[in-house]
Write a protein that binds this ligand. Structure first.
Ligand code: ZN
Length: 141
């Protein structure tokens, strides 16, 4: 896989970005994802990590696939991909997931599904709704 040997979007983002680190203890994969969300759209995304080729290839493909997309569409892709990995027939997969379908074969190897999903879980956590900076804590409202 070209994406494992030569990962796209490798590195870190500076400034006001959301970042998250996740570990897959089953395999020893690590990922650190930085997402720059502006106006509800993924403006830029980069990752650093180490681990098996599936985890790194999936992070590379995922970052490439979601860059420039609105969060709503990104969440839909995450859900579809998760369903696909769990063996669900996804009618709109071809249209919505594009290049990510290169990872579809992983679902035949249950031990590796976590490897493929690691970057997706990191992105899911990083893009979860967060209170805007400076918002008052709920207790004070
Ligand atoms: Zn792995």
């Amino acid at each position: 896989m070209e994406h494992a040997k030569n990962p796209h979007n490798h590195g870190k983002l500076e400034g006001d970005v959301r970042s998250i680190s996740l570990l897959n203890p089953l395999c020893g994969d690590e990922i650190n994802l930085c997402v720059d969300v502006q106006g509800g759209t993924v403006r830029d995304i980069k990752f650093e990590g180490q681990g098996c080729f599936i985890s790194q290839a999936s992070a590379s493909l995922l970052t490439e696939s979601v860059k420039g997309k609105p969060l709503g569409e990104v969440r839909q892709m995450l859900e579809l991909f998760r369903a696909l990995m769990h063996g669900t027939e996804v009618v709109e997969a071809q249209e919505k997931l594009g290049e990510l379908l290169a990872l579809e074969g992983v679902k035949k190897f249950p031990m590796r599904i976590k490897c493929a999903l690691l970057a997706f879980e990191a992105l899911e956590k990083a893009t979860r709704e967060q209170p805007p900076a400076g918002a008052k804590p709920a207790a004070e409202v």
